[in-house]
Write a protein that binds this ligand. Structure first.
Ligand code: NOJ
Length: 679
């Protein structure tokens, strides 16, 4: 690691012109520049540019804290320190194994003019793929609890930019269809918020290492000027923290190519390293489950004649998993509490340790292990947080004893309607992205880790890369997933996944639950629920990164299509490298990934409603090796509405230097396995 400190030089610069001086820090390749200065009202402001294009023009910074002088105006720059870092670190599992963290850092410290002591630090890191900055508050308040009244951070985007976004503070949390509009049409939005400037540069605004704080959303205050809004809390102030404190990083991924956003490591690089030590107990893998049959209405969570989580049905799923090499079986509706009026209204009834009488939890856990399969645990809280937190440790301890390694959690509650009883016995309502829940999700992960259990969270707070720090946080949902295609109106349209690739998926792994083979089950109702061809369902395993992937459909639907099912059986979920080959937000995307610990490559490509011809250069393949390409592509008549099952499965031999031409049908896709010939 190289380190250089230029503070003395910068101090001179600052002392010479206390208000007007600008300090700037650039990316290692010199193309991205972050400039920080005090404007003539002594407010801290910044700009970001890529080469000669200003992508964030002068935007405000700062915090307002209850009982302290405003930390956003009448500031004086005290000192600055610039450092540089270049090192490579390893992900225990991930879309790649090695990550290079190469950045220049500037720490600028400000104090309030005429008042002594309290300082606002702005720490900026600029990488070749973007920039991040955070606030660090210290001073006489140390030891007290500070309440944040308002965060003043703004992002001033170029006029006429386009954005891909979902609205904030709505029902359904993050599970909304993305909109594609001019930025001026956005009122408030969640992040990742992805933008294309009029000059064609891509910028995605998000945050990293969201912990001990509330998530932020963006609110357009003046044309093109987006201000951070912290998610509300039932306590009044959005955030209360012990001083001194640091905020999460506010991030901007910046790239001339849309695919550059996908390849960016900025979010992970801005998170703290693994705090769990040896995490060899965290296992990526593939799972099946008693889940889609419930969402389809064929089975129920509640007990009765159609109860899904029976001992017999679970055994059949375990047998199926063993036959086809899956690692886990998820069983929803296994515990007591689903029989109340409507389970999402009666979350307090859930037990997380007591199985329903027709589900032999211990017997099934043993049966699964004897077949080299594990039960995957399930904790649906229905947003009744106090009930869950009281039982959480006992529930994890029980699962550990039973050999369960992974637990899916669920927080079904309308936005702003998470329930908790506070220390005084008062019922309070919280947001999924408010500070209380941000802290809960982390507590959940920490407690699970104590029992060597990994978590994938449904109805989460947005992912901000904490999987680096807590590698047992495998994935989360946090967007409209496949389940919406069972009952949602409208179902996910074909452009949904090519949009997710450049928005939600920039945040981290998603448990989307791909692999539906029975595609026309709702035709009799006049709605094509699954707006996808069969080949596209396979492509999702490569396009949507997650270390745990479900084969979501019913076992019988796979056994009826063993030819296409072979791809799901083969595809890896843990990768050595990932390359975004081509794509544009909302239109199409193609990725190639190399399996970890092996030599196979996989390609996945999906398109929107348009037919598309791709020609993908295979220059990532190893030199001098011939590969057998097993291609699963849309047939000549394939179309997501009329002919979703038209698929061609074929083989050919390819090597580095060749290109792969793929025709994607409307709503279609392609999946390719490339294995060294002869393997
Ligand atoms: C919401 C989850 O997203 C879904 O996968 C699950 O089946 C339901 N909750 C029921 O717990």
């Amino acid at each position: 690691m190289k380190q250089a400190v230029w503070s003395a030089w910068l101090l001179f610069l600052v002392a010479a012109t206390p208000h007007a001086a600008a300090v700037s820090v650039t990316s290692p390749d010199g193309r991205i520049a972050f400039e920080l200065r005090l404007n003539d009202r002594s407010e801290p402001v910044y700009t970001v540019s890529l080469a000669d294009e200003v992508v964030i023009s002068e935007s405000r910074l700062g915090l307002r804290i209850d009982g302290l002088p405003p930390l956003d105006s009448r500031l004086v720059l005290i000192d600055t320190v610039t450092t540089m870092k270049d090192h490579t670190w390893e992900l225990p599992w991930g879309e790649q194994r090695l990550v290079r963290d190469h950045h220049n850092e500037l720490l600028a410290r400000f104090s309030v003019s005429g008042k002594s002591g309290q300082t606002l630090g702005v720490r900026v890191r600029v990488f070749n793929d973007g920039a991040g900055f955070r606030y660090e508050v210290s001073g006489p308040s140390t030891g007290s609890t500070l309440s944040i009244v308002e965060e003043m951070t703004e992002f001033h985007l170029p006029q006429g930019s386009e954005a891909w976004w979902i609205p904030a503070r709505r029902s359904q949390r993050y599970e909304l269809l993305y909109r594609h509009t001019r930025v001026e049409a956005v009122a408030s939005a969640h992040t990742p918020f992805t933008v294309r400037t009029p000059r064609g540069t891509y910028v995605s605004l998000h945050e990293a290492a969201l912990t001990n704080y509330a998530a932020y959303t963006l609110e357009q205050r003046r044309e093109g000027v987006f201000k951070t809004q912290l998610a509300p809390s039932s306590q009044g102030f959005a955030v209360s923290v012990p001083a001194p404190f640091k905020t999460p990083w506010r991030t901007l991924q910046v790239s001339e190519r849309a695919t550059g956003l996908i390849e960016s490591n900025l979010i992970l690089n801005l998170n703290e390293p693994n705090v769990l030590g040896d995490v060899s107990w965290v296992k990526p893998g593939k799972y099946v489950g008693i889940w889609w049959s419930i969402h389809r209405g064929l089975k129920t969570w509640r007990s009765g004649p159609r109860h899904g989580a029976t001992t017999a049905n679970t055994r059949q799923h375990i047998d199926f998993a063993q036959r086809h090499g899956f690692d886990g079986v998820l069983v929803e509706g296994w515990n007591l509490g689903w029989d109340g009026g409507g389970w999402f209204a009666d979350g307090d009834l859930f037990s997380f340790t007591q199985p329903h009488p027709d589900f032999d939890l211990r017997g099934l856990a043993d049966y699964a292990r004897s077949r080299d399969v594990r039960l995957i645990g399930y904790h649906e809280t229905a947003g009744a947080l106090t009930n869950y937190e009281r039982q959480m440790d006992d529930a994890f301890a029980l699962y550990r004893e039973l050999g369960v390694r992974q637990v899916k959690t669920g927080y079904v509650a309308d936005a702003g309607e998470i329930e908790r009883i506070d220390e005084r016995g008062v019922l309070r309502h919280e947001w999924h992205d408010g500070q209380f829940m941000v802290d809960h999700y982390r507590r959940n992960i920490e407690h699970a880790a104590q029992h060597q259990i990994s978590i994938f969270t449904h109805e989460p707070v947005k992912d901000t890369g904490l999987r680096r720090t807590y590698p047992n946080w495998l994935a989360s949902e946090g967007a409209r997933g496949q389940e919406w295609n069972a009952w949602g109106t409208p179902p996910n349209p074909p452009h949904h996944v090519p949009t997710l690739a450049f928005t939600r998926l920039l945040a981290g792994p998603m448990d989307f639950t791909p692999g539906i083979f029975e595609l026309q089950f709702a035709r009799q109702e006049g709605v094509q629920k699954i707006q996808s061809t069969l080949a596209r369902q396979l492509a999702l395993y490569v396009v949507i990164y997650s270390p745990i992937q479900m084969a979501a459909d019913l076992p019988e639907n796979y056994e009826a299509r063993t030819d296409a099912f072979q791809f799901i059986k083969d595809v890896a979920t843990d990768w050595d490298r990932s390359i975004a080959l081509a794509g544009e937000p909302g239109d199409f995307v193609a990725l190639a990934r190399k399996e970890r610990g092996g030599s196979e490559w996989y390609i996945g490509a999906v398109t929107d409603e348009q037919k598309r011809e791709l020609n993908l250069p295979l220059d990532f393949l190893e030199e001098g090796v011939s590969y057998t390409a097993e291609i699963y592509r849309d047939g000549p008549d394939a179309h997501f509405r009329e002919q979703p099952y038209d698929i061609v499965i074929e083989q050919r031999v390819v090597s580095r230097g060749d290109s792969m031409a793929l025709t994607l049908a409307p709503g279609g896709g392609a999946a390719v396995r490339l294995a060294p010939a002869g393997d």
